[in-house]
Design a protein around this ligand. Structure first.
Ligand SMILES: NC(=O)c1ccc[n+]([C@@H]2O[C@H](COP(=O)([O-])OP(=O)(O)OC[C@H]3O[C@@H](n4cnc5c(N)ncnc54)[C@H](OP(=O)(O)O)[C@@H]3O)[C@@H](O)[C@H]2O)c1
Length: 387
């Protein structure tokens, strides 16, 4: 039996009823109409509708929701929590994680030390390298015995000009970055593999500068090494440092910088020693002035004449200012390396938000019992108003 066709008017009523039931009522219940009122009945009914509706939130919806929470609330912890709650890995989430890591750094004031030596294959630089390696190993042994260090040395890096020399002098095997050895030149800071490469991971906490010109170096290169080289080294480590940490610098300069150059060449006045020697002292003094005004925690060691033949069992070290100790005996490079090592440790121990440690002192020796308290030696150089 077939039903008679519905009259046209009835068909229209059925269509309208269907539109009302399937289109208009759900839209009203889900609040899809643009509405500025949050207290409308549609929004009041929405949770109920969602709970009974087989609607599943798509990933896109979750991302949009997480993004909305992240952007409307600038608090990193809230956005991280919200995104984590939704299991969403957003860029904002990454930024939040970065911030959180920095917060942790700030909370924990223990800073692992990574030290970089320039001129590491030189006579002083190599002693400094082994002195610091020795200190690092000692600290590691003490840590095995549960003796913790506040700022443990975790790596000693060396900037060298010649890999063959590095192999001989520093006893490295691969003599590359895997062993903390970087091939570079302080006068060419952007050279691939050199200063920038050695500092670009932002981990270097201290640069110890032992790169130096010699008497046979040309005037142009004396300035490039003794002055520009210091600026380049400081700039590399400071610009690559993590934002929350200002690195330290220990510079080996020289005593004799208060003396006027021997301008008439008679050898009777000033520090004499020839043009190259005078130029070295001139640029060293400029490097000291630069470092002193850099805002970087630093120690400037100004040794008397270096003499490794001195038997340091029978010499005592002392510190001073304005070349007053100059009439006394020189020092061994071993002792200068020990003092520079101590200076690096002291800067780390003494730095805090209100204190940018800075020492600058002459270092000489005289006959007497050897000293072991290098910290006292450096403290003795403080000005009377600092003591
Ligand atoms: N001699 C003294 O009586 C006396 C007195 C007071 C102060 N000082 C100072 O004490 C410090 C150490 O003296 P030292 O006799 O031990 O020095 P050194 O043996 O001559 O060593 C100098 C180091 O600097 C490196 N170097 C030179 N030019 C460089 C560049 N462009 N880039 C990177 N590295 C470079 C050399 O590299 P290579 O190894 O590849 O040659 C060498 O390793 C110097 O600052 C010196 O001025 C010396």
């Amino acid at each position: 039996m077939t039903l008679p066709p519905l009259p046209l008017a009835l068909r229209f009523v059925v269509v309208v009823a269907a539109v009302v039931v399937f289109c208009i009522i759900p839209v009203v219940l889900t609040g899809c109409y643009p509405s500025s009122s949050s207290s409308s009945s549609s929004s009041f009914l929405r949770p109920l509708f969602l709970s009974i509706s087989p609607i599943s939130l798509s990933t896109a919806t979750i991302k949009a929701t997480a993004a909305t929470i992240t952007t409307t609330d600038s608090s990193p912890s809230t956005s991280t929590t919200a995104a984590a709650h939704f299991g969403v890995n957003t860029n904002s989430d990454k930024n939040s994680q970065d911030l959180r890591v920095e917060d942790e750094d700030e909370d924990d004031d223990s800073i692992p030390q990574v030290l970089l030596i320039t001129g590491a294959t030189g006579r002083l630089g190599s002693k400094l390298y082994f002195e610091l390696q020795e200190k690092m190993k000692k600290q590691q042994q003490q840590q095995y015995q549960n003796q913790q260090h506040h700022n443990p040395i975790v790596e000693v890096r060396a900037l060298v000009r010649n890999i063959t020399k590095a192999r001989e002098v520093l006893q490295c095997t691969h003599c590359d970055a895997s062993e903390g050895i970087y091939l570079g030149d302080v006068t060419d800071p952007t050279r691939e593999g050199g200063l920038m490469t050695a500092t670009q991971d932002g981990k270097v906490t201290t640069v110890l500068i032992a790169a130096a010109a010699g008497i046979a170096t040309s005037p142009t290169m004396i300035k490039a090494i003794e002055f520009d080289g210091v600026v380049n080294s400081v700039r590399a480590v400071a610009m690559n440092a993590k934002s929350s940490f200002l690195p330290n610098v220990v510079l080996c300069s020289s005593m004799g910088t208060t003396q006027l150059p021997d301008t008439n060449g008679s050898g009777s006045g000033g520090h004499g020693g020839g043009d190259a020697f005078q130029a070295i002292l001139h640029w060293k003094l400029n490097a000291e002035a630069f470092l002193s005004s850099s805002g970087i925690p630093s120690s400037i060691v100004k040794p008397c004449g270096l003499d490794d033949r001195l038997d340091h069992q029978n010499y005592t070290l002392f510190s001073g200012h304005f070349d007053q100790p100059s009439s006394n005996h020189g020092v061994t490079r071993t002792n200068v390396a020990r003092v520079m090592t101590e200076a690096a440790g002291m800067i780390m121990r003494n730095r805090n938000n209100n204190n940018v440690p800075h020492h600058r002192f002459d270092l000489c020796s005289k006959p007497g019992p050897p000293i072991t308290d290098y910290e006292k030696l450096i403290q003795d150089s403080r000005w009377e108003w600092e003591k």
